[in-house]
Design a protein around this ligand. Sequence first.
Ligand code: FES
Ligand code: FES
Length: 186
Amino acid sequence: MRINGAEVVRTVEVRRTLADFIREDAGLTGTHLGCEHGVCGACTVLLDGEPVRSCLLFAVQADGHEITTVEALGTPEHLSPLQQAFRDYHALQCGFCTPGFLMSAHALLRDNPQASDEEILEVLAGHLCRCTGYTSIFDAVRAAAGRPPGPPPAEPWPTPTGAGASSAAPDAAGGTAPTTPEPHAG
Ligand code: FES
Ligand code: FES
């Protein structure tokens, strides 16, 4: 497979996850593993440009495909505009969840540079952060979409509906949408 534009060729067991391949075989540790079952979104990478949960894919499934990880977005010296917005709006504390948020938001803004608040929130709802507060992350992505901070929509976070709404359900990113996160200040 190609990762961030470079060919990476390894022989792996068929059960090796794409996440482990990226981190351990390719040495790209920016992709994080949290839940390892598709809920938290920390392991999100792009597969042929589309966000996927790398913990839910086997490395062999990515054979012949293009993978993009957070390392491709920018460098500590030259952050991408989205990364800079995360810094400016204090959208990270421990940073563990950040690579996943960045990859999903990056894909959203690539396809829709002026994504609406609702579209941003729908993407963010597929990720879990346990220390920053979603308001900051929302403001950062919104800033990257060219809008200043402001109050979120009256219904701030998409609410999963239907059977099994309280548990992980498949989402368009090839992973799962977690239980609706609770926004909080800060
Ligand atoms: S580690 Fe993959 S979704 Fe949590
Ligand atoms: S910044 Fe710590 S989990 Fe999100």
